[in-house]
Design a protein around this ligand. Sequence first.
Ligand code: GLU
Length: 468
Amino acid sequence: MPTPRVRFAPSPTGYLHVGGARTALFNWLYARQTGGTFVLRIEDTDKERSTDAHTQVILDGMTWLGLDWDEGPLFQGAYADRHRADAERLLAEGKAYKDYLTAEELERWREHAKANGTAFRYDRRLMGLPAEEVARREAAGAPYAIRFAMPDEEISWIDAVHGRISWQGRDLDDLIILRSDGSAIYNLAVVSDDIAMEITHVIRGDDHVSNTPKQIALYRALGHEPPVFAHVPMILGTDGKKLSKRHGATAVGDYQDQGILPDAMRNFLALLGWSPGNDDEIVTLDEMIRRFSLEAIQSKAAVFDPAKLEWMNGQYLSMMPAAELRAPVVRQLERLGASWGDRDLDPIIDAVKARARTVTMVAEQVAIRLPGAEIPLDVKGEALIAKMGERFAPCLAIARDAVAAVPEAEWTAEALEAAMRDAATREELKLGDVMQPVRVALTGGTVSEPVNELLVVVGREESLRRMG
Ligand code: GLU
């Protein structure tokens, strides 16, 4: 078998959708596993909707996810001459024909079908113009499209995901392959490019299944064996409906902005339709590459559960060293307008990352621990103050006096723990009554790293100031 060559072929008509990113990832994994080549082809033939800005967003999204391509980006628009030549070759070989029907004439057929309550389907026997009319239009130099004469035979393939899929050529339209303005339509352009780029495996979304028999017919007509096809399942929202903006963010860039880590996003996307063969949810990149296979992709639809993505992101946050999180955290801190002078952020990141689910949450918690930060009370902080009532202020004062007795040079987690324990014993208070008010004073809430560690992270001067 030749070394695999796969491609991701997005149309730059919008942002990088999570479904597209998952398709890119599966292609990339397959290439990396097999030592094959991953080609990036930008399908920019829809001139009206394609923009350079969209192309850039797609490239940025892939780079963020670590999906490096080996060839490209190649732009489909650059191959218009080849597309046209392929269409003309099919015409010359009698596998395609000139279609002189005008848009109005076609429209009339469409209306005719509608009036008869049937689905519109182009049929060359029914709609073809009489020979003399064709000759007349040809002599007059009338514009024509080139239509592919769909062979009347069975067209089937063994899909790597779905198994055998079969169509009858007579159920398929004679599709236009070249418009009268000389531009190729998608099905021809894609086949022409995949042949020229020697693509061996086409891994793409399920929504293309109905294009595949047409493309296979074109491959054969052009004298090439079709590649292996693997159609990956569609992605649904948790309500079982096709994933759309109604379900929340569907752009990869939005998840980046929300503080999802690329490693977590990649892991999450990989499990949308693929499984490593066991119940493992956290799959390292190396493992993913090693265990990936087209056969292990499920044929049933995958469900995009944002709560699971957040959970997974939390797992990655816990595992990743602070030094690796610093850059994304700094980006979010800048967005929050925080300033940290020459403070070493790593210990603060280390203190908070295990309790966060997004980089944004890490940054918010880091910001709260920086000198001079605003500390808004959260609902849990308010609830604690309400519950302790009149005891809150004296308990906080006891804690403050206890830690204030620890000098700067001895301001360590151990010394602070001992100081608070001693105070609780001496005052006959539960340890929580001493520590929880400190948490509220320092963070505005009741959930944080252990209080003694929190005091170290915030620092002596700032902690005492916050405790009033
Ligand atoms: N450009 C097509 C799309 O974005 C993909 C074509 C293909 O993968 O065959 O849907």
